[in-house]
Design a protein around this ligand. Structure first.
Ligand code: 13P
Length: 336
């Protein structure tokens, strides 16, 4: 089966052109429950719908967001006026996407490591998601850093699964976002973060090539190369930018149209400043942008938790965070 490359390229353009980025609103029910509990909100289906509708209906966000990644529950929900969620995004010119992996499970015989599952039945699920309006998809693999890990076994198992997902996505006409994430909450140096991030990307592109995935029709989503959050030394934005761009240039082919970053537990301010520094050291071989969950949503969620019946404050905070992140993505944070 041949891949409709033109269609994939159009989707990439709709997602990233004009300096736009993505909102990752695709937390699984387990993850969003943790986030809600941290701000004292009950994780009911209706609360999850309400918070997501709050974000998707915020004034002006379509100026800065080209796409939103949804979770399986959300893509089937409707807004309070009865519009299906994906349709509500499309009405604003925002492309709906879908997280399709089924989460990271313990990797057999590799203590402390995980492999992402979700390939079984994925061809049929892609058909359904496409009918529901999704034009792109996401699959996340997580790699923990520690003594003797990641192992080759973890890197190859995750990259192989991700490449098979990407091939199925392209076959269905959806742009796959491949998301290898090295977890940054340890004590490692920025050198070690760079080493593992590079190894992950190298293995991923070997597997993508083996599976015949069209590099022009996918996006890479990955971590910035930062010092482990609990490490003794913390690199500033200029060093983070330099190391991140070096790892990407060495390992992501120029045929790939875009690289988007996750925020990965950075504070809102760090995620914005580091993105700004990365933008300022361009031009890059690929479009570079953001695809944040926590660094866009965190403060708005907290405000909403404090006043669930009056969403104005939460929407104002969300709008401002998206606006600043988009300014950072142009390297214009200081003027924003
Ligand atoms: P964070 O920006 O919170 O890291 O989330 C991004 C994401 O999509 C993780 O899969």
């Amino acid at each position: 089966m041949s891949v409709a490359v033109r269609q994939l390229e159009n989707t990439v353009r709709d997602l990233l052109d004009g300096g736009k980025g993505l909102l990752a609103a695709d937390e699984s029910t387990g993850t969003i429950t943790k986030r809600f509990e941290a701000v004292g909100v009950a994780s009911t289906e209706d609360n999850r719908r309400a918070f997501r509708e709050l974000m998707f209906s915020t004034d002006d966000v379509e100026r800065w967001l080209g796409g939103v990644i949804l979770y399986d529950e959300t893509i089937r929900q409707s807004t309070s006026d009865g519009t299906p969620m994906p349709g509500a995004l499309v009405q604003r010119g925002i492309v709906p996407g879908i997280k399709v992996d089924r989460g990271a499970m313990p990797l057999a015989l590799s203590p402390g490591e995980k492999v992402t599952e979700g390939l079984d039945g994925l061809r049929g699920r892609f058909e359904e998601y496409r009918d529901l309006g999704a034009r792109f998809a996401k699959w996340r693999a997580v790699v923990e850093l520690g003594d003797g890990i990641p192992t080759r076994a973890a890197l190859t198992a995750n990259a192989h699964a991700m490449a098979r997902y990407a091939a199925l996505a392209q076959e269905a006409g959806l742009v796959p976002i491949v998301e290898p994430e090295a977890i940054m909450d340890g004590t490692q140096s920025i050198d070690r973060s760079a080493e593992v991030s590079g190894a992950m990307l190298r293995e991923l592109f070997a597997q993508l090539t083996d599976q015949g995935v069209v590099l022009e029709g996918l996006l890479v989503k990955t971590n910035m190369v930062v010092s482990g959050y609990r490490g003794a030394q913390q690199a500033g934005p200029d060093e983070v930018a330099e190391r991140t761009v070096q790892v990407l240039r060495r390992n992501v082919p120029a045929a790939v149209p875009g690289v988007v970053f996750l925020s990965g537990g950075q504070t809102d301010d760090q995620a914005t400043r580091n993105l700004d520094a990365i933008a300022r050291c361009g031009p890059h071989p690929w479009t570079v942008s953001f695809s944040y969950a926590r660094a866009l949503q965190g403060a708005a969620m907290q405000a909403w938790a404090g006043a669930p019946d009056d969403i104005t404050d939460a929407q104002r905070i969300f709008r401002e965070r998206v606006r600043l992140t988009a300014a950072a993505n142009r390297g214009e944070l200081d003027a924003a």
